[in-house]
Design a protein around this ligand. Sequence first.
Ligand code: C2E
Ligand code: MG
Ligand code: MG
Ligand code: MG
Length: 291
Amino acid sequence: EAKLAGRNSLRFFDPYMQQIVSARLRLEEELRRGLEAREFVIYFQPQVDTARGIVGAEALVRWRHPERGVLAPGDFIEGAERGGLVQYLDLQVLELACKQLARWASQPSTERLALAVNISAPLLYQGNFVERVLELVRSNGFNPKRLKLELTESLLLDDMPEASLRMSALKAHGIHFSIDDFGTGYSSMTYLHRLPLDQLKIDRSFIQGMASDNGLAIVRAICALASTLDLEVLAEGVETQPQRQMLENNGCHLFQGYLFGQPVPIEAFEEMVARAARQPVSTCLGEPAEP
Ligand code: C2E
Ligand code: MG
Ligand code: MG
Ligand code: MG
């Protein structure tokens, strides 16, 4: 029996493996159907500037699944990547984001809001990516500087010269760029200053680690790097006042995290913006209001 169990051909029929394989195929099938039916929507998580209040949001995809309810990216992004579908998903999100920016542009109370969109490697490196983005900007009609594309370090490293060219082409039209999850990838000072970047987004893991001396040192280093390179720095995953205070002490004044608001549907986000506009900035940052 031992001899038989060791044979490769038998492993292929392992019922556990078979279950995984068929679950994956089912998810990919479902994703195709969901994309076709346009079941994907954006949730908006506020981005807050100490001096100006809510300055925009990150667009985070959610799947309004007809049977399983609202699903978060953790449930399906990997499947979309594996199935070669993530660029179609990202394009739908980008389209929704551009439509939203156009609606915001038509209202004085929202015209200054920016929207950050996550871009995957297959989309960035797709042949007509630059043209597609510019076409979305043109057809929707909004100020391109309100659109911020979030790229990760590993995605940039796939093909730095090509990524750089594409970014520059879009940057020339005013579109902004942020490095997402900064610090978790393989960054190098030599490429950072050559890319047309606007912002570094400190990964949540470093914010959570700030309570330790090492963690705080890393956050300080990233803030200093951003300042040296003349880039904005935004902290993601900020959950507590002490975290926010420590970040402010180190020159970081842009935040995203549960302390300021969870990702929510458009109605709730716009309500949040309206409420913040009626209050002084300090209140919307979670401090007690003056009586
Ligand atoms: P990300 O781009 O780094 O987005 C931030 C994630 O952190 C979001 O999770 C957000 O809900 C969560 N978060 C924000 N503040 C806090 C906080 O204070 N505490 C904690 N514990 N979490 C916080 P979400 O929405 O589940 O998205 C997860 C990841 O999925 C995103 O990470 C991004 O990499 C990916 N993703 C989201 N939307 C898209 C999309 O349209 N396209 C692609 N390709 N990926 C997307
Ligand atoms: Mg992001
Ligand atoms: Mg992030
Ligand atoms: Mg992250």
